[in-house]
Write a protein that binds this ligand. Structure first.
Ligand code: PHE
Length: 455
C-alpha cells in the first residue's frame, strides 16, 4: 500500500480547459442523449416536449450547470464537502448526500442499459446486422436479449468493472485523450446515420414529429419528464458537475467551458432524435414504444448503409464508450465522497461500490421480462423505469432546486460570480439562479406530486 497522498495531491485536476470540457461533455453525453431522449420525447408526443426540453436546458440547465461548477471549483471538494466547506454546521451537506445517493441509484440502472449496448456490440461483431431486419424481427431480438437475466446481469457487471478500473486509476490523461479522439468520431458517425435516416421514405414525418409543436399531447408528467431529461442529460442535480468543477483549473474560464458542454450535449441529443424519428416513421414503429425504442429502430437501417455491419460495430462501440464516460462520472461522485469525507482510498471505494451497485442492478435487469415481480413493480412500471423516474427525474429535480437556492441565496450569487471570470451575463445568471430556477423547478415538482395524488 502506498502512503496516503496529501489531500491536495490526491484530488488532482484536469490538465486544461479542453481536458475539462471533454471529461464534462463525456459525463453529459451518454445514453441520456441517444437512448433516453428519443424514447422520452416519443412517449410525450414529440415536438412540444422537445421545445420545453430546450427551454429547460437554456433557462435552467445552463444556470444550474454554472452554479454547480462554481461551487465545485470554489470548494475543491466532493458534493458533500462542497456544502460543508462553506456551512459546516447546517443541514446543507445533506443536499450533497442526496446527490451521492442519487449517483449510486442512477448508476445501478444505467449499467443495465449500457450492458444492452455491449450485447448489441457483440452481436454486431458476429454479423447480426449484416442483412435486412424488419422492425418486428428487431423487436423480437431486443426482447430476447433484455429478458435473459444471465446475459444482462453479467454485462451490467462487466460494465461496472470497466468503470471501476478507470475510476480507480483516477481520471487522468487516458480518458482525456481517448475522449478527444473518440467523441469526434462518434459525432461524425451520428451525422452519417442522421443523413441516412433523413433520406428514408417518410422521413419528413419523423422530422415533423420531432419539431412540430402540438401542445395538446403534453401532460403534467410530460413537463416533469422534460425537466428531468434536461437535468439528466447535463448530469445536473446530483453533484457530478460539482465534482468535475472541483478539478477545473482556476485559470480556465468557467462560463465558456460550461456553455461548450451544454452545447455539445444538446446538439448530440437532437442529432439522436434526427436519427431515430425519421427511421421510426419510415419503418412504421410507434414512437411511444418506451425504453426499447433506439435498440429496436436502429438495426433496421444499418443494412441500408454502405458497410452496414461495420457501421453497427462502430456505433455500438462508441455508444458503449459514451455510456462509459458517463458511468465514470457517476461512480466518481460516490468515490470522491468516500475519499474526501471518509478517508478511504480509491481502491477500497470501488471495491465496496461495485458489488453494492450490482446488487441494485440485478432487479433492474430482471425487470425486463426476466421476473414478473420486478417487471410490474409499481403502478405497472418495472423496476428499471421506477429507478429512472425516482433517481433520474425526481431526485435530480429536488437536487437542482436545493442547489439553486443554496448558490443563489445561501452561499450567494455574488460569491459564485467570483468564480465566473468576469462573466458578462452575470446579472442574467443571478436572476435565473435566484428566481427562475427555484420557482420553475419548485412549480414543476409540486404539480407532479399533486398529480400523483390526484390520480
Ligand atoms: N448525463 C448522462 C447521460 O445523458 C447521465 C448522467 C446523469 C451522468 C447524471 C452523470 C450524472 O447519459
Amino acid at each position: 500500500m502506498h502512503a496516503p497522498p496529501s489531500k491536495t495531491q490526491s484530488r488532482g485536476a484536469f490538465g486544461s480547459r479542453l481536458g475539462f470540457i471533454l471529461a464534462a461533455a463525456g459525463s453529459a453525453i451518454g445514453l441520456g442523449n441517444i437512448w433516453r431522449f428519443p424514447y422520452t420525447a416519443g412517449e410525450n408526443g414529440g415536438g412540444a416536449f422537445v421545445l420545453l426540453y430546450l427551454v429547460f436546458v437554456i433557462g435552467l440547465g445552463l444556470p444550474v450547470l454554472l452554479a454547480e461548477l462554481s461551487l465545485g471549483r470554489a470548494s475543491k471538494s466532493n458534493p458533500v464537502g462542497a456544502f460543508k466547506r462553506f456551512f459546516p454546521k447546517t443541514l446543507w451537506p445533506y443536499v450533497g448526500g442526496l446527490g451521492v445517493l442519487t449517483g449510486f441509484g442512477i448508476l445501478a440502472f444505467y449499467v443495465v442499459v449500457a450492458g444492452w449496448s455491449l450485447s448489441y456490440l457483440g452481436r454486431a461483431f458476429t454479423g447480426t446486422f449484416d442483412g435486412a431486419i424488419t422492425a418486428e424481427e428487431s423487436g423480437v431480438l431486443f426482447t430476447s436479449i433484455i429478458s435473459n437475466p444471465t446475459e444482462t446481469v453479467a454485462l451490467a457487471g462487466v460494465f461496472l468493472v470497466l468503470t471501476a478500473v478507470v475510476v480507480r486509476a483516477g481520471v487522468g490523461g487516458g480518458i482525456e485523450l481517448a475522449s478527444k479522439i473518440l467523441m469526434p468520431v462518434f459525432f461524425v458517425l451520428l451525422l452519417v446515420l442522421a443523413g441516412r435516416s433523413l433520406t428514408l421514405p417518410g422521413a419528413d414525418e419523423g422530422v415533423a414529429f420531432l419539431f412540430g409543436t402540438d401542445f395538446s399531447k403534453l401532460t403534467g408528467q410530460g413537463v416533469m419528464s422534460a425537466l428531468g431529461q434536461a437535468l439528466f442529460s447535463l448530469s445536473l442535480g446530483m453533484g457530478a458537475m460539482i465534482t468535475y468543477g472541483s478539478y477545473l483549473p482556476d485559470k480556465e474560464n468557467l462560463p465558456i467551458a460550461g456553455a461548450a458542454v451544454a452545447f455539445f450535449d444538446t446538439a448530440i441529443a437532437l442529432l439522436g432524435g434526427l436519427i431515430i424519428f425519421p427511421a421510426l416513421f419510415s419503418q412504421g414503429v410507434a414512437p411511444d414504444e418506451g425504453p426499447g425504442l433506439v435498440f429496436v429502430v436502429l438495426p433496421t437501417i444499418f443494412h441500408s448503409l454502405p458497410m452496414g455491419n461495420l457501421f453497427a460495430i462502430a456505433f455500438y462501440g462508441l455508444l458503449s464508450i459514451a455510456a462509459l464516460t458517463s458511468t465514470i462520472s457517476l461512480m466518481e461522485v460516490v468515490v470522491a465522497y468516500f475519499v474526501d469525507e471518509r478517508g478511504w482510498n480509491r481502491n477500497k471505494s470501488v471495491l465496496v461500490i461495485v458489488p453494492a451497485t450490482l446488487m441494485l442492478a440485478v432487479p433492474s435487469s430482471l425487470s425486463q421480462g426476466g421476473m414478473d415481480f420486478f417487471t410490474d413493480f409499481i403502478g405497472g412500471k418495472g423496476f428499471l423505469d421506477t429507478q429512472d423516474i425516482l433517481f433520474g427525474n425526481i431526485s435530480l429535480s429536488v437536487g437542482a432546486l436545493l442547489i439553486s437556492i443554496f448558490v443563489g441565496w445561501k452561499w450567494g450569487a455574488k460569491e459564485a460570480l467570483q468564480e465566473m471570470d468576469n462573466f458578462s451575463l452575470g446579472g442574467v445568471w443571478s436572476i435565473l439562479i435566484r428566481f427562475a430556477a427555484p420557482i420553475a423547478v419548485g412549480a414543476v415538482l409540486v404539480t407532479f406530486v399533486v398529480g400523483l395524488f390526484g390520480e
